[in-house]
Design a binder for this molecule. Structure first.
Ligand SMILES: NC(=O)c1ccc[n+]([C@@H]2O[C@H](COP(=O)([O-])OP(=O)(O)OC[C@H]3O[C@@H](n4cnc5c(N)ncnc54)[C@H](OP(=O)(O)O)[C@@H]3O)[C@@H](O)[C@H]2O)c1
Length: 272
């Protein structure tokens, strides 16, 4: 975990968390690229951040190394957070499939299920449990939960990932209703593709932006939208896939696209 010493005077809603002296982000060993974007912009906004990462930034940091695929790590995190005022929590840690696959064909399915639920769901609930009580007592704080556009509709062959992200979205929106009146902002963030290690996209495009570009746009929505795609081209894609296109078509295209990707991946693996 890394503790960042930075100040804040921008974005009124992020600033709301300023009196909390830290920010926590989940993502261990090396900071996630999406989160690196979040970190960068929080930095620009000169907040005091606390990141769960081993990355070295030129800011004051504290690191707690944990593996979110385990569910017994939270006492260690709780101990590490003791005495810190957390103003911002970014629940960013997440894993996806290494390639799209039919449920029963997923390698080591039993462990895969447990790991994905621990990393994508349990982490969000448990980190919120650790940080929210002090936010409630101070009547201020911001929690950004990184869901995914694939939580807005089922994505065949990425079914478990898509389902965990739907959980994150529902959890965030339900919790926001519970705690809005207590001065706390909880936002569900649902990006489409961003050029990160997870997506292996090397060349960013308008619809697949760099993490920095995505986060710059996303942070402008904090406090304005409880649920957001965070970036205008993604908002248009979200509207098309959930409002304009019939769900049957979205499922059919998703299945076809992921079957093609699966085929390509398996062919390349055989060639090696
Ligand atoms: N990129 C996209 O297109 C996209 C779209 C929608 C939603 N998202 C969501 O955005 C979030 C960030 O994704 P990303 O694209 O930045 O992915 P990424 O580059 O793979 O980063 C994921 C982060 O989670 C950490 N992590 C993974 N498993 C962990 C574990 N067991 N214990 C501790 N830390 C672990 C990674 O650490 P290491 O670096 O050490 O592996 C990394 O810091 C995820 O929740 C993802 O689902 C991404």
């Amino acid at each position: 975990m890394s503790l960042w010493t930075i100040n804040s005077n921008c974005c009124r809603h992020i600033k709301q968390a300023e009196e909390g002296r830290g920010a926590v982000g989940t993502g261990t060993m090396t900071v996630s690229v999406v989160f690196r974007g979040f970190a960068l912009f929080l930095c620009i906004k000169r907040l005091l951040c606390l990141l769960i990462t081993e990355s070295t930034y030129k800011v004051e940091t504290k690191t707690i190394a944990v593996d979110y695929s385990h569910d017994d790590i939270y006492p260690k995190i709780e101990k590490g957070l003791a005495g810190l005022e957390i103003g911002v929590l970014v629940n960013n840690v997440g894993i996806s499939y290494s390639y799209p696959e039919f449920f029963l064909h997923i390698p080591d399915l039993e462990n895969f299920i447990t790991t994905m639920i621990n990393v994508n769901i349990t982490s969000v609930c448990q980190m919120t449990r650790l940080v929210l009580p002090r936010m409630e007592a101070r009547a201020k704080g911001v929690i950004l939960n990184i869901s995914s556009a694939s939580g807005m509709f089922p994505v065949p062959l990425l079914t478990i990932y898509s389902s965990t992200k739907a959980f994150v979205d529902f959890f965030s929106r339900g919790l926001q209703s519970e705690y809005k009146c207590k001065g706390i902002i909880i936002q569900s963030v649902l990006p489409f593709f961003v050029a990160t290690k997870m997506t292996k996209i090397r060349k960013p495009t308008l619809d697949k932006p760099t993490p920095e570009r995505y986060v710059a746009a996303e942070l402008n929505t904090v406090g304005l939208q409880d649920q957001t795609n965070g970036y205008f081209p993604h908002a248009v894609m979200g509207w098309v896939t959930t409002v304009l296109a019939p769900i049957k078509l979205v499922l059919c295209l998703g299945l076809r696209m992921n079957k093609a990707q699966r085929g390509g991946y398996l062919r390349r693996r055989k060639l090696r």
